[in-house]
Design a protein around this ligand. Structure first.
Ligand SMILES: O=C(O)CCC(=O)C(=O)O
Ligand SMILES: [Fe+2]
Length: 340
């Protein structure tokens, strides 16, 4: 547990060498402007106008950015507030209260750890602690979740249920937009749902370290809840741009699998998390993933004479192996699966 940043980071004045990123991937100037063109989708209003309107808004955002802010999404404001609080409370507890979920074994279905799944072998450590657990179906996993804070299981259980339902709604709209049959994303492609909370303590040198380096998400889709502290950046047109924290919004981010299934029509954006020297930052990721043996391939309806398949079929576990072993966390992870 002594590796956890929360165990030692507040006692150091300078950044340990093992956290210093190489010159070409360190943030340097962390003061980049917010990207003010990232689409903001007001779900309730869009649906009230008509469903097709919501479909088109989401489709366009996924084509142009692969990322959008979702507001008026129907997940209760108090629940979002309680979720953020209970997670922050968790990271603020003394080590003895967190010890039961701390583990260096990446196969554990619920664990608290620091940096990446491969701390011992990684070249640079990440300035983040992470609590991650499976959450669908809840009954299969809830007994593994932290027992403290005492309301953790109640709050995160309800949160997982509501965000899981919201994800199904958004995927249905995407499905319509792409012209895939109803229920395309049902079952196997969305069976593994993970709750992952990142905690980034204040960092002595935010220009040299990273909470998370440049990556695309390996999954199908991510629903990210951030607190009011800025830290998420997206790589667009060869530049980093900030994603402004919007109160009670989800940042919806498409993963590599959405790019493949849509045959490249939708994009999975590169993004990263920077740190800052004064504030703790917490981000809460709800991650929708295929089952390991799900076959991922461009949807048949999107393939025709003028639009050939750009990716070969593979099993999701095959992709994860490449993503993790080759440490190709960005566009490069798809290289092995491209049809040229
Ligand atoms: O902390 C953030 O805002 C980004 C988190 C993220 O990209 C991830 O967990 O994959
Ligand atoms: Fe991510």
């Amino acid at each position: 547990m002594e590796k956890l940043l929360t165990s030692w980071s507040s006692t150091v004045k300078s950044l340990p060498e093992s956290y210093v990123f190489p010159v070409d991937s360190r943030p340097g100037d962390t003061n980049v402007p917010f990207c003010d063109t990232i689409p903001v989708v007001d779900l309730e209003n869009a649906l009230a106008r008509d469903r097709q309107h919501a479909v088109q808004l989401i489709l366009k955002a996924c084509q142009d950015y692969g990322l959008f802010q979702l507001i008026n999404h129907g997940v209760d404001d108090n629940l979002l507030h309680d979720t953020m609080n209970v997670v922050q409370e968790f990271f603020g507890m003394p080590n003895e209260d967190k010890a039961s979920v701390y583990s260096e074994d990446p196969t554990k279905k619920c664990r608290l750890y620091t940096s990446t799944y491969d701390y011992e072998n990684e070249k640079v450590h990440l300035w983040r602690d992470n609590l991650r657990h499976h959450c669908y179906p809840i009954n299969e996993f809830i007994h593994l979740w932290p027992k403290k804070p005492t309301r953790y299981r109640d709050v995160i259980g309800e949160y997982s249920l509501q965000v899981g339902n919201l994800s199904a709604k958004i995927l249905d709209l995407m499905c319509d937009g792409l012209g895939l049959g109803p229920g395309y994303f049902g079952d196997g492609l969305t069976r593994i749902q993970l709750f992952s909370a990142n905690h980034y303590p204040p960092c002595p040198s935010p220009n040299l370290a990273l909470g998370l380096p440049k990556h695309c998400d390996a999954n199908l889709i991510t629903f990210l809840l951030q607190d009011e502290i800025y830290g998420l950046q997206v790589y667009r047109n060869g530049e980093w741009a900030g994603v402004q924290p919007l109160h009670n919004a989800f940042v919806v981010i498409l993963g590599h699998q959405a790019q493949v299934i849509s045959n490249g029509k939708l994009i999975s954006p590169e993004h990263r998390a920077i740190t800052n020297s004064t504030n703790h930052r917490t981000s809460i990721v709800y991650s929708i993933n295929p089952k390991p043996d799900s076959v991922i391939e461009p949807a048949k309806v999107l393939i025709n004479k003028s639009n050939h398949a750009r990716y070969r079929a593979y099993m999701f576990k095959e992709f994860l192996k490449t993503y993790e072993e080759k440490k190709n966390y960005n566009e490069g992870a798809l290289e092995d699966f491209k049809i040229v």
